[in-house]
Design a protein around this ligand. Structure first.
Ligand code: PRE
Length: 385
């Protein structure tokens, strides 16, 4: 076959592909209508007037689509390429079912924006918010269906603002975790000045934390100015002579600012974990979820409560993979909480194994109530690591 024959064969297949994609999309629209009907019924049944929402994006179903497609793949297309193609097919699919909006820490060009696109594809709308608590509030008040927030970085650790937002009844009473995203990232020094003329650097505190040795060795005397996001830093610096920003290299073209130095993070495998959050009166319980996030505040009057709670995880066969703690009183609820100084809220992520019974999450939560003044199951989802 010559060149033209091969191209005309591709054209024929493209026609079939487009037809098949549209047939798939029509089925998805039908699923969307059923979801809306079910949601309406749930809303009518709900005594408090608000029912489960956020039923358009279904991580469990997406996982089964990805697994099925992978198992059907005989090459030569790689599984990763097929994954990206299906990400966009399902992105188009959910956007036909409803107007899907995803809140992220803006402005455009943040790593959070990149993580949101990695999960939701290009067919949904992304809405920037100027800080993490605003993303939570938009989701909690149902202004927007989904939010993406950073939770921890492999070099600099947890993101306090996200933990504190989960710890606030006001900000996240009905907010749950639907899924997680691991985003490998490279911090870049951006500036329209020469390196030796820089006197000020703008960035998010988490990004400064990921680049400490580089900054100490290369720009030890510059002023580091913390701003709400890396992309905001790039935006500000692009307009200010003798300043720089630490941000995603994508900000270079977005904000007209030069790349001075690539990869300034302390480790080349620098990765941030993000969470997809949504509002729901009921926790979604995907059948094969293998990760659980729980938040609890200990009752300080009971001795040994930390040991006792950790023992419960062991008893019910959960493997704890991370523990974070923050002061128990929510820093977002001035004067309204009655927690004492030096009491703590704990955030635990644990793996669920085959050994866990289907009841074990509920048993664990019941067990925790004995030692805690507050317990909430934040999410049951799939471990993407
Ligand atoms: O099965 C569903 O619930 C669908 O809405 C269909 C579909 C898909 O296109 O395969 C779309 C979006 C969901 O997140 C999962 C799957």
């Amino acid at each position: 076959m010559d060149f033209d024959d091969l191209r005309s064969e591709i054209a024929g297949l493209d026609q079939q592909l487009v037809d098949i994609l549209n047939q798939r999309a029509e089925l998805s629209v039908a699923i969307g209508k059923s979801k809306k009907k079910a949601e309406k019924v749930a809303l009518e049944l709900a005594t408090n007037g608000s029912a489960a929402t956020s039923s358009i994006y279904i991580p469990e179903q997406e996982k089964s689509v990805y697994n099925r497609v992978k198992s059907l793949n005989n090459g030569p297309i790689s599984d990763n390429s097929l994954y990206s193609i299906y990400r966009e097919i399902m992105s188009a699919s959910i956007s036909l079912q409803d107007k899907v909006q995803v809140a992220f820490l803006g402005p455009i060009g943040t790593f959070c924006h990149q993580a949101a696109k990695k999960k939701f594809g290009d067919s949904v709308s992304f809405v920037p918010y100027s800080n993490i608590t605003d993303v939570f509030e938009a989701v909690e008040t149902s202004k927007i269906g989904y939010g993406v927030v950073p939770i921890e970085n492999s070099i600099f650790g947890s993101v306090p603002m996200t933990l504190d937002s989960f710890n606030s009844i006001k900000i996240s009473k009905s907010t749950i975790i639907l899924s997680e995203i691991y985003l490998p990232l490279q911090q870049t020094l951006l500036s329209n000045s020469e390196l030796k003329k820089i006197t000020k650097i703008y960035s998010h505190p988490m990004a400064f934390g990921q680049c400490q040795p580089w900054l100490k060795n290369n720009l030890p005397d510059v002023q580091c100015v913390e701003v709400n996001s890396t992309a905001l830093g790039a935006q500000i610096s692009s307009l200010e002579p003798f300043s720089a920003a630490i941000a995603n290299s994508m900000c270079s073209s977005l904000y007209n600012i030069n790349i001075l130095e690539q990869n300034i993070s302390t480790r080349s495998d620098n990765t941030t974990r993000f969470l997809v959050i949504s509002r729901s009166q009921q926790l979604l319980q995907p059948k094969n979820a293998d990760k659980v996030s729980i938040i609890f505040t200990l009752n300080n009057t009971k001795s040994n409560s930390i040991q006792n709670t950790l023992q419960l995880f062991d008893e019910f066969k959960f493997t704890i993979i991370s523990i974070n703690s923050r002061p128990a009183g929510s820093c977002f609820e001035a004067g309204t909480d009655n927690t004492s100084n030096w009491s703590y809220t704990y955030f635990i992520d644990a793996l669920i194994s085959q050994q866990n019974s289907s009841e074990s999450v509920n048993l664990l939560i019941d067990g925790l109530q004995k030692y805690c003044t507050f317990v909430k199951l934040l999410g049951l989802y799939f471990n993407e690591n």
